[in-house]
Every structure is written in C-alpha cells, then in structure tokens.
Design a protein around this ligand. Sequence first.
Ligand code: GLP
Length: 243
Amino acid sequence: MKVIIAKDAAEIARRGADLFEQVIQEKPDCTLGLATGSSPIGLYQELIARCKAGKLNFSQVHTINLDEYVGLEGTHPQSYRYFMDSQLFDHINIDKANTFVVKGTGDIAENLKEFNGKLEQTQTDLQLLGVGPDGHLGFNEPGDCLMDEAHEEVLDESTIEANKRFFARKEDVPTKALTMGMGGIMRAKRLVMIASGHKEEAMRRLLLEKTIDPHCPCTFLRLHTDATVILEKSLADAIGYQG
Ligand code: GLP
C-alpha cells in the first residue's frame, strides 16, 4: 500500500487528479469507479478544470458509482446520482449514458441485479474511495463479516450521524443504502482512497495496525496489490503517522 501525505485540500485534489489522468491517458475508454461524500469534491473540481483546459478527455470513459441511498430519487439533492451530476458529470465531456449510479427507488432487487450485472461485465481500472469515520467503504458497514456482491445495508448510527450534515434534519437521513460490496471494490485494478477530516480511528487501524479486520473495512486495502492512500497531513499528524 502506498501512502501519499498531502499538506492540504489543494494537494489532495492535485495528487488524486494526477492518478486519474494517468489512467485516462493510458486507456481512454477506461472504467472509473467513483465515490461521493465531501472528500472527492476537490478532486472532481480539478478533473473539471483539466477537462476544460483540454488536458483530459472523458468522451470514451465509463463510470460506476459505489453507492446510493434507498428511497431517494436521482432528482433529490442529497441522492448520489444528483451529487455526481452536479459535482462532476454536468461539467465534463462524458456521455451520461456511460455513467452508472444504482437507483435507490423502485424495485430494489432488480436494481441490485443490474448493479451486480454491471460489476460482472466490467473491470474497473481505478476505484476512488472515501472512508467513513468507522472505516466503512462505500456503505459497507463494519461487522463480523463483509459482503462480496452489491447489496442493501442498514446504516450504522455513526454513519447517519456523520451524514446528517447534508440533510435538514437527522430524521431525513435514509436508514438504508445500496452499496457495491467489498468484492466489487477489491477487484478494481487500482484503488485510490482519500482520507481527510476526522478519520483518526479508521486511519490508525489501517496505517498503524497490521490486522485485516471486518470491523474496520478500510483495513482490507492492505490486501490490494495497487492501493494508494492520499492522506491529509493533519490526519497523519493526529495519529502520529510519518510514512
Ligand atoms: C458516505 C459514503 C462513503 C464516503 C463517506 C465519507 O458514507 N457512502 O462512500 O466515503 O460518506 O464521506 P466524507 O468524504 O464526506 O467524509
């Protein structure tokens, strides 16, 4: 596992975008696995800027997102489809027909079947990840075992607590979500995780302990042969990690 310590949000965005640029240059019709949350926003802004400057071309790129809340239509401002459109897709030259965010409404079993079908057909070239304060990836919550395939998860109280900032009231946060399973994540050729903000406990377990623990899903990154963590310096300092 490679760890890049980045001094601030601008460096996180730049280093992350460099990794994306490398993959898109090497393979213009690559498949990118994308993430939501606040961590990737700066990186998406950097990708938009590079696309507008003519340095990046998304015309042949396909994307597949990690997760979606159950019960929110894609037009809901807190849905992850809406997030992806407004934070990235509407500003780059991607064909939206080539972007996939699982639907969180309608026939959930059918939606999951479609999601798993996509994952079976696709080899993701680069999977971007954020991380929850409890170490969750996508919405794979800590537990005695983790799921391989895409599935529905009941969100942990700490996840609802962490994500309530995006909603008017805590009661508005959906209690369930659909997520790519750990298998879908781990089968990507390359993983890039952004760790910024208050993720001390998850980063302490990933970077300072040598265990692979389903109670902290991000520790599975240790098993991947091409995983990069872009770690905010303040977070590295907070846990006493020096590289
Ligand atoms: C949500 C998403 C995760 C994301 C996490 C961290 O729970 N499902 O994929 O990694 O938020 O979000 P943030 O980057 O805002 O800290």
